[in-house]
Ligand binder design. Sequence first.
Ligand code: SF4
Length: 376
Amino acid sequence: MAGLYLHIPFCKQACHYCNFHFATSLQQKPELLEVMHLELVGRAPDWQHESIETIYFGGGTPSLLDPPELGSLLQTIRQQYALAPHAEITLEANPDDMHEEKILGWKELGINRLSLGIQSFAQDDLTWMNRAHDADQAKQAIKQAIKHFSNLTADLIYGTPGLTDAQWIQNIQTLIDLGIPHISAYALTVEPKTPLEKQIRLKQKHETNPDQQARQFLILVDTLTQAGFEHYEISNFAKPGFRSRHNSSYWKGVAYLGIGPSAHSYQPPVRSWQVANNRQYIEQIRNQIWIHESETLTWAQQLNESVMIALRTMEGLSRTLIPPAVQEKWKPLIQRYETAGWLVMEADRIRLTNAGKLQADGIAAALFVEEGDQIN
Ligand code: SF4
């Protein structure tokens, strides 16, 4: 059982907050797609024993590809890999690329889930982010997509400096009213080397406000849970039956193969990745260098990742995964966090409360183990 991720590294324009790998020129697109086919073929022998349960076209902006280009990648996947009969096949799509013919084309290819990069319905907010679409396009794209796809998700961003609580509620409510069954919502983070970081440094834009972000997270959780969504991961909300199978398998530690520049793969305990540079990626794959770099995770690194990921999920962290010596070491911290109302200790699990989810990274980091803790 495994997932397959394909990174399509092209975008129309650079959103100012984004630190993913992408190019805004499409010049290299034909060459890069040709090489992604080579990578799919070249790496297939290592994945023959795996049933591919989910495929995810991410990026970048995969909806910039024409349906025949996507279809050709899917054909290579079907020829080279054991694709499960009811595999989830997700395509990330931006509103400005979406029209009826294209949406129908995606459906005919067997794509059965769309992930829409909406981010906001407030025009000032979209302009502030430098998104390529406007508020009206965002609504129209959802209305068109929902005619042909029942399984779709939309991304939102909160905590942008100009976004009022009223606008935030309106953004969430608009998605609820449009009938979207899955929503991913992220607090704006200022990543190094992004245009946003530079603009803040030059005082052209305001910094983010942690209090506003915390407030808007709690608004998000309240509004969506009241509307019947499960808050199944810190940033993810689904109506029953609509959880992302692809992302859920990441959180369960399932193996995945990543194809394309900057894509990561994981075959426990080895993680590997491709170079985040289109030209170098093309050259390496042409020279049959199938992996740019890799690392073998130690026992402690694997456990720490599991702790960090599991604490973000609705199911929480299973205590059966944690050696008794580690649980003993954690006792004072766990008591402190319980008293603070940040987590709940159950017979077999540790779960974060909503207040705890605001501190998730810090709590996970405090619980990290070291190699010597394995002895029990
Ligand atoms: S469209 Fe997506 S990947 Fe491209 S710059 Fe914007 S946020 Fe980043």
